[in-house]
Design a protein around this ligand. Structure first.
Ligand code: OXD
Ligand code: MN
Length: 621
């Protein structure tokens, strides 16, 4: 039975049903009994595998089709009336043509199936920051994941009220045909259509589709920002001082790890703690006092499983111990638990790989991804409330859930050139640094892995409009914030000449965070001004108790730190040329002058010093 009288909601549900022709329509009301029954139904149909109730209570495993394991950027479209508004790096489709195409694909596709109607909120229901959506889908997997990742149910419909606005999301699994897979966004109509996929990033429409692509467009028009950022809280030893940092890294580059960081003992002994506000998406607004405030609109974590272990991210691992849905990880058949590469050094004796076949540990070759038991982009969907480090700001009622941001961090995977950390000279320079970000690709999106590509603000796949306008919006936001956060860039991934990571990363990133916050204090620690911005003096990064071997027998020391803090002007001159090429040949237009000015400054700063004129001899003088 329909749970609302809102005509727009009812019309959307009816139109979707008329198109897809489901046998049944079920409204998701947020009642735990309904969710429990859906889990049972999914286990019966084989869509979910129930895991060991004692070891992993209320946890399930799901396997996608092998052709459907990641986001598909080349099948993701921004459908604006004018092609130019989607910009040069989004795939564009004419909205009318897009609807004709998706209608043709989805017509009758839910015959014999149930269509679920999911009212969901991005943000705490009723909070000033929250926005609402209705997703219709024929997948129980989607319902159950949305129930973890967002706040779902009748309370959302109450907030939408009789004629409130919402984002429409239509998802039909169809035949999961990769050739007919389309993820379409209609920012001018608050509409998302997704067909022929069942992979999270393509079908949990509250996440990338709404909270980033559609929301970034809304943010531009309404004066706020939707960003691919984690939010973390640093609790200082006095336990009263709390500072908040937002950080944008491309997909699968360690946002979840940084958001859930456990500081080294040296810091915990002093009394520092890190609390998690969000691991993937931040919505940022200027509040009445002129500061920039952020919320995490999500309610769970859709984390990358491989590499997650007791040492790399205990908080994430602990978050998956109950009420979690695992996707495309391996099934340990000895005890009906899960396993993935990097979870433990020992390989399980008996497991089924992510494709559903028995896995032979003897054939496992670390360097050959095709021998992995879990897919490299296998995931866990875990409720945020499970996370031992969750901040008490995470779920604070009505508006109080927003936190003031002291620092914004950009970062990517760069084997060379980019130092461990540096600070922008000012807001616009920070925007320039974000716009020029590049990083090696990962398994989160279909396509080659390890290829260096531009990924401005980690938003390349997620900006719902023209990238040049997006840069201009960032510049514009800087004029609205009274005390703009300082902007930094980090690179945890510098390697030595043999390809070994020079910096330990994970918990030791606390050392860099501490320096960043010292730069944000009223009496900032000094830094070296370089061609690219402010770089720490090596002695200002606390290396106490650091115990990292770059290679067997070679311990990390201050000279290694100095080496990953160096700014090589020759390399940066090339980087500047490369950025210029990206601006000119890829983004092409709508880039604000402020960013061209920063590029020119970088080019000038990196010019080789003019050779001193030969000294005149006394005779010549
Ligand atoms: C994600 C992604 O799933 O960025 O968060 O792909
Ligand atoms: Mn992401």
């Amino acid at each position: 039975m329909a749970l609302t009288k809102n005509k727009k909601v009812l019309d959307f549900v009816q139109e979707s049903a008329d198109l897809a022709q489901p046998d049944k329509i079920v409204w998701i009301d947020g009642n735990p009994d309904q969710i429990k029954a859906l889990k049972e139904e999914a286990v019966k149909s084989g869509e979910l595998i129930k895991l060991n109730e004692n070891l992993l209570p209320d946890c399930y495993l799901h396997r996608t089709k092998v052709n459907d394991v990641a986001r598909v950027e080349d099948r993701t479209f921004i459908c604006t009336t004018n092609k130019e508004d989607a910009g040069p790096i989004n795939y564009w489709m004419d909205p009318r043509q897009a609807k004709e195409l998706s209608n043709e694909i989805a017509r009758g596709s839910m015959k014999g199936r149930t269509m679920y109607v999911i009212p969901y909120s991005m943000g705490v229901v009723g909070s000033d920051f929250a926005k609402y959506g209705i997703e219709v889908t024929d997948s129980i997997y989607v319902v159950l994941n949305m129930n973890i990742m967002t706040r779902v149910g009748k309370s959302v419909l109450n907030q939408i009220g009789k004629d409130g606005d919402f984002i429409k999301g239509f998802h039909a699994k169809c035949n999961v045909d990769a050739d007919k897979r389309y993820i379409m966004h209609f920012p001018e109509e608050n509409l998302i259509i997704s067909v022929n996929s069942a992979y999270g990033g393509n079908v949990l429409l509250g996440k990338k589709c709404f909270a980033l692509r559609i929301a970034s467009y809304l943010g531009k028009n309404e004066g706020w920002m939707a960003e691919h950022m984690l939010i973390l809280e640093v609790v200082f030893p006095d336990k009263k001082t709390k500072k908040y940092v937002a950080a944008a890294f491309p997909s699968a580059c360690g946002k979840t790890n940084l958001a859930m960081l456990i500081p080294p003992k040296h810091y915990t002994d002093m009394g520092y703690e890190i609390k998690t506000v969000g691991d993937d998406i931040a919505w940022l607004r200027v509040d009445k006092d002129g500061s920039l405030y952020a919320v995490n609109p999500e309610n769970g974590f859709f984390g990358v499983a491989p590499g997650t272990n007791e040492h790399s991210n205990k908080n994430a691992l602990d978050s998956t111990k109950r009420g979690t849905i695992f996707t495309n990880v391996a099934l340990n058949t000895d005890d009906m638990t899960v396993w993935w590469e990097g979870m433990s050094k020992e390989l399980p004796d008996h497991c089924i790989d992510w494709t559903g076949k028995p896995w032979d540990p003897a054939k496992f070759d670390k360097k050959d991804k095709s021998t992995c038991a879990a897919h490299p982009n296998s995931r866990f969907t875990a409720p945020a409330s499970n996370c031992p480090s969750i901040s008490d700001k995470f779920d604070a009622p009505n508006g109080l859930d927003a936190v003031p941001i002291s620092a914004i961090i950009f970062g990517g995977r760069r084997a060379s050139t980019t130092p461990l950390v540096y600070e922008a000279r000012d807001w616009n320079h920070g925007v320039f640094i974000g716009s020029a970000m590049s990083s090696e690709t990962t398994a989160a999106a279909a396509g080659a892995v390890g290829v260096l590509r531009h990924d401005p603000m980690a938003m390349k796949p997620f900006t719902g409009y023209h990238m040049g306008d997006y840069f201009a919006h960032w510049v514009d936001m800087g004029t609205k914030i009274k005390n703009p956060p300082k902007i930094f860039n980090v690179n945890w991934f510098r390697t030595d000449k043999d390809g070994n990571f020079m910096w330990p990363g994970f918990g030791d990133n606390m050392r860099v965070l501490e320096w960043i916050l010292k730069r944000c204090s009223d009496t900032p620690v000094e830094a070296e001004e370089t061609a690219i911005g402010y770089v720490p003096k090596a002695e200002d990064i606390d290396l106490s108790d650091m115990d990292y071997e770059i290679t067997a027998g070679k311990k990390f020391g201050i000279n290694d730190l100095k080496s990953i803090l160096t700014v090589d002007k020759e390399k940066w001159a090339k980087e500047a040329e490369e950025i210029e090429g990206y601006y000119n040949n890829t983004i092409k237009d709508r880039i604000p002058q402020e960013l061209w000015d920063c590029l020119n400054t970088l080019k000038n700063n990196c010019k080789p010093a003019a050779k001193p004129a030969p000294k005149k001899t006394d005779k010549e003088a």
